[in-house]
Design a protein around this ligand. Structure first.
Ligand code: GDP
Length: 297
């Protein structure tokens, strides 16, 4: 991921590095290149505009220390702006500050990796934080999805809520929370039904489950490979149900990275975790400063 963007940006700074002093014209020229590179990487247009304006503001008139070249000076400013766009320095942990059992609501489109990610988070909380986790599938449309979650729970060594045919998603959510309270679970992960595309019935279902359970986190799962579509999906989910964190999957693919760079600006919520494979341990914290470092090589 980010290879093409990274390659193009380093070209821009190499060009600048050869010049003696940093003029406004140099910065403008470099920013034109940065703009094109970001658009090609599928970063959302308003995000690109904001990014370029910020960098221009900081770069024009910035004092270039004698010890570094103009290219390095602009690269540092771009690096800081990338970290800002990615959500600010430091990983943002999952919020588990609520009375146990803490509900975590998983939302997203079908195929985004939502169910797999539910299993990954369960495993992570169990092994790293010694939490007792209950997984519950609210996907009443697809019995296969409920079975998939039960299998993932078994692999992760956590409990899944028994499947009861005929219940509505809200009824299942209540049953999950009741079981969580009664049996002393720390966290209940509620895996909502996905759809192939955004629809109002899906959003209404999520809103009802949210109202019924008051989750500490509403995590949106999006597929990094879908680029601009991921951004549009995030915007729609955030407007309809509110999102507190994003999990971006398929970071192991060759996505151009624009979705990751757009998420914070579009949803206001940070990317908290990323998926990098199909296995249950392929889940990482998202560190904006490391990602910015990777983009700038
Ligand atoms: P859901 O419909 O959103 O619940 O999606 P699933 O969890 O069923 O995932 C769909 C497919 O994507 C499955 O084959 C997963 O193994 C795969 N998948 C999920 N996350 C990742 C990831 O981070 N990287 C890769 N390469 N595959 C993933």
């Amino acid at each position: 991921m980010f290879e093409a963007l990274s390659g193009r940006l380093s070209g821009v700074f190499d060009g600048l590095a050869k010049r003696g002093a940093l003029s406004e014209a140099d910065v403008m020229e470099a920013m034109r290149e940065v703009r094109l590179a970001m658009l090609d990487a599928d970063v959302a247009l308003p995000v690109v505009k904001d990014f370029v304006n910020k960098v221009k503001e900081r770069a024009v008139g910035a004092e270039v220390l004698e010890s570094i070249s103009p290219g390095q000076a602009v690269a540092k400013i771009v690096n800081d702006a990338l970290i800002d766009a990615l959500g600010g320095a430091g990983a943002v942990p999952l919020n588990l500050n609520a009375v146990a059992p803490v509900p975590i609501l998983m939302v997203g489109l079908q195929g985004s990796g939502k169910t797999t990610t539910s299993g990954k988070i369960a495993l992570r909380l169990k092994t790293r934080e010694r939490k007792k986790v209950l997984l519950a599938s609210l996907d009443t449309q697809r019995p296969a999805a409920q079975l998939q979650l039960a299998q993932l729970a078994e692999q992760a060594g956590v409990v899944s809520l028994p499947i009861v045919a005929g219940q509505t998603p809200v009824e299942i959510a209540h049953r999950a929370m009741d079981t969580g309270r009664r049996e002393g679970f720390d966290v209940v992960i509620l895996d909502t039904a996905g759809r192939l595309s955004i629809d109002e019935a899906l959003m209404e279902e999520v809103r009802q489950v949210r109202a019924a359970t008051q989750p500490a986190e509403t995590l949106l799962v999006v597929d990094a490979m879908t680029g601009q579509d991921a951004v549009n999906t995030a915007k729609a989910f955030n407007e309809a149900v509110g999102v507190t964190g994003v999990v971006m999957t398929r970071m192991d693919g060759d996505a151009r990275g624009g979705a990751a760079l757009s998420m914070k600006a579009i949803t206001g919520a940070p990317i908290k975790l990323t998926g990098s494979g199909e296995k249950l341990d392929a889940l990482e914290e998202f560190h904006p400063e490391r990602v910015a470092g990777r983009i700038l090589g």
